[in-house]
Design a protein around this ligand. Structure first.
Ligand code: ISE
Length: 335
């Protein structure tokens, strides 16, 4: 079976997904591409040998020639388009976040529970990153003892001037919210968010620093720094009662020159997590072909958005803010 994929959104991530589908996946093809800008759609489609361009996302979702949908359009469209995929009975891989509003995530969960099977995978690709997988395996094997703390850095080179601390939480930080749940195997139940003072002339968004507490009494600190300046740098370390396990970022080479030894940073998340995206998308396609599901579910998407909403509230109030996670439906017990 070749899974015929409809792609919605041809910005930075959509274009990258088109390349992955066309050049790296087995058992899938790009059947239709949609973007409001037809020229962007054509560029993305050409990377995958696709000739079907569409301007209406619902036409893609409901097309008989499309078996599954990949949503890579702007964040605020993710919820409604995912609901439209469920209404059409089509498997969907939705880029993170599932929605910026927990209420939309809840509607998606409710729709899936009524249907009685998972159709939604959320694009938290770090669960497929080899380094994070090894860290999770170390926790499951008990190698470092009971995990006590998780330290997370998430640094981008630069963000546009309109990028805000709230966006750092709702757009960038969901990766850490989801990977913390994946690595520690539990829920986040409270969050306190801070920002350091920047020199006025510096401009741009200041880093956001969060301390999350888990239901098991562990601590997770998360630095989101969208204007780090030096490189795309994501790090993680789990500290246990007997040891620690840290992420090892992939490096193609090291350079020895002028009395220095160096490793280059990626410019952004696409090269840094290229293998994670490939594995995530291949797992999605394999799941569709075999009638199973993979990766982060709509429930995981809801939990990440609930954490984000609480973190935004904490940043606004300066208070420690509880995260109210509802009872998980049985549909998601083993996903
Ligand atoms: C972007 O959407 C991503 O998913 C990247 O992983 C993250 O580093 C970046 O900050 C987000 O804007």
């Amino acid at each position: 079976m070749t899974v015929r994929i409809g792609l919605i959104g041809c910005g930075v991530m959509g274009t990258d997904h088109a390349m992955i589908i066309g050049q790296q996946l087995h058992g899938a093809e790009l059947a239709m591409v949609c973007d409001a800008d037809a020229s962007r759609a054509r560029v993305a489609a050409e990377q995958a040998g696709c000739s079907r361009i569409e301007g209406d996302p619902l036409a893609v979702i409901n097309a008989p020639s499309v078996d599954a949908v990949l949503i890579a359009s702007p964040d605020q469209t993710h919820g409604p388009l995912t609901l439209a995929c469920l209404a059409a009975g089509k498997p969907v891989l939705c880029e993170k976040p599932l929605s910026q509003a927990a209420s939309e995530c809840e509607a998606i969960v409710e729709s899936e529970v009524k249907r009685g099977r998972r159709l939604v995978q959320v694009g938290f690709m770090r669960r497929f990153d080899p380094s994070y997988v090894e860290m999770r395996q170390a926790v499951l094997a008990g190698i470092i003892g009971r995990p006590l703390m998780l330290h997370c850095f998430h640094r981008n080179v630069a963000a546009p001037d309109w990028f805000t601390g709230q966006m750092a939480i709702t757009n960038s930080a969901p990766h850490e919210f989801d990977i913390a749940r994946f690595l520690l195997g539990g829920e986040l139940v409270a969050v306190t968010a801070f920002q350091p003072a920047l020199r006025r002339e510096k401009g741009g968004v200041a880093p956001v620093f969060m301390v999350c507490e888990t239901a098991a009494g562990q601590l997770v600190n998360i630095e989101i720094n969208n204007n780090a300046g030096y490189g795309y740098d994501v790090r993680g370390e789990i500290v246990g009662e007997r040891g620690a396990v840290s992420m090892a970022a992939p490096a193609g080479s090291t350079l020895d020159l002028h009395l220095s030894h160096s490793v280059a940073y990626a410019a952004d998340w696409r090269p840094r997590f290229a293998e994670a995206y490939r594995r995530q998308n291949q797992a999605w396609v394999n799941g569709i072909a075999s009638g199973t599901s993979a990766g982060s579910s709509a429930w995981d998407g809801l939990c990440a958005t609930l954490v984000a909403e609480a973190a935004v509230q904490s940043l606004q109030t300066g208070q420690r803010t509880p995260i109210r996670i509802p009872v998980r439906p049985g549909l998601y017990d083993h996903s």
